[in-house]
Design a binder for this molecule. Structure first.
Ligand code: ADP
Ligand code: MG
Length: 369
């Protein structure tokens, strides 16, 4: 018990002196704002957020490639970065995996993996003159085994597929047995089929190695599929941290509901025990001491369409997605409501059909104004 967390971030703030973008007016920009999180031993944390929200900056801070303006970073109980302390990147025991693999093109697979190992042995001063070749060869073999690429030692990166290159770069990161692996959008360069297979494989490899990891992605499905816990980030802040299920089913903020669940939002006004919206009323679950106006969030799969000739709501679009139909329904105010209905739930509804909307949820989520 009482084992320190593998990674503890407390109140990290990062201000760049200027934004670095075109049209820059040399204004300082705060890209991380009071970020705190804990990563426990063996845990896989998905860091999810839209492009530009600060994910890479946060990862670079943990790895030691970037300084901080305020806060502390502790790895395995040891403070590695604060306003007064700073431990160099190569001493932090973190392994990184990048979107573009970053393998050395002129080195073989074995040499690529051994590169990190030799470096570690040197910095740890375990070896002075010559690296122990048989030990290195053995470790290269072990990590190739772990990523399912036994026998690839003599190949060059250009002789491998994108998915294989990414597994080699994971093997290279794992070889020195770091405390923590940091993966920055590792699947973004791969095509959909490989991406789906590899995300399951990466999770299995990390779990087999028993290592803690942060997996950065802007893809909500990817984060939901692979993470033990997800931290949702927006504009330099962490909006919510929780299990994939809790993030999806109980989004804490409007941003999380929108980004992670693609919810529809409708203005809602409270009248006693019900919330009145443009598409009907919903029982209010919480006490009436709360605010009087807000927004009702409904996920597309929480709504069923039922044909109703007198309705003011009209199906404007229908896409067949294999497992389900995806509908766009125009309501009286002209707003579009998105609905997903599984096959077999009902007959497909033709474009132009008038429909009523039936809510399946008995716990509607209201975000108060
Ligand atoms: P993400 O990885 O989530 O897409 P980043 O961490 O790369 O986001 O960037 C967050 C914000 O910080 C962006 O607005 C980006 O332009 C800015 N930024 C990143 N690095 C620098 C830098 N070295 N100097 C100035 N601004 C930067
Ligand atoms: Mg990034």
């Amino acid at each position: 018990m009482n084992q320190p967390a593998i990674l503890q971030l407390d109140n990290i703030t990062k201000v760049f002196p200027h934004s670095g973008s075109a049209g820059d007016k040399q204004q300082p920009t705060k890209v991380l704002d009071d970020v705190s999180l804990t990563l426990n031993n063996g845990e896989l944390l998905g860091l999810l957020g839209p492009s530009g929200c600060g994910k890479t900056t946060l990862l670079r801070i943990v790895a030691g490639f970037e300084s901080i303006s305020a806060g502390t970073v502790a790895i395995a109980g040891k403070t590695v970065c604060s306003c007064s302390e700073y431990l160099a990147a190569e001493k932090r025991q973190t392994g990184m995996v990048f979107q573009d693999y970053a393998l050395f093109p002129h080195l073989t697979v074995a040499e690529n993996i051994a590169f990190g190992l030799r470096h570690q042995l040197k910095t740890a001063k375990k070896l002075f003159a010559r690296p122990d070749r048989s030990k290195i060869r053995q470790r290269v073999g072990e990590v190739l085994d772990l990523v399912g690429l036994q026998g690839f030692e003599r190949r060059y990166p250009h002789q491998l597929s994108g998915g294989q290159q990414q597994r080699i770069s994971l093997a290279r990161a794992l070889a020195p047995q770091p405390a923590l692996i940091l993966l920055d959008e590792p699947l973004s360069n791969l095509d959909v089929r490989v991406r789906h297979r590899l995300r399951a494989e990466i999770r299995a490899i990390l779990k087999a190695a028993g290592i803690s990891a942060i997996f950065v992605t802007h893809d909500r499905e990817e984060a939901l599929a692979i993470s033990d816990k997800i931290a949702v980030m927006w504009q330099g802040k962490i909006e919510q941290i929780g299990t994939p299920e809790s993030i999806y089913l109980q989004p804490a903020t409007r941003f999380v509901a929108e980004f992670v669940t693609q919810a529809n939002f409708l203005p809602a006004v409270r009248q006693g025990d019900i919330w009145q919206t443009e598409i009907g009323s919903i029982a209010a679950a919480s006490p009436s001491t709360l605010g009087e106006t807000g927004e009702l969030a409904l996920r597309p799969e929480e709504i069923t369409l039922v044909p109703e000739p007198n309705s003011k709501f009209i199906v404007r679009e229908r896409q067949f997605l294999g497992r389900e139909y995806f509908y766009a329904v125009e309501i009286a105010t002209g707003k579009i409501i998105y609905v997903r209905m599984g096959l077999g739930l009902a007959e497909a509804i033709a474009i132009g059909t008038r429909v009523k909307l039936v809510f399946k949820s008995d716990k509607p989520q209201i975000f108060l104004d």
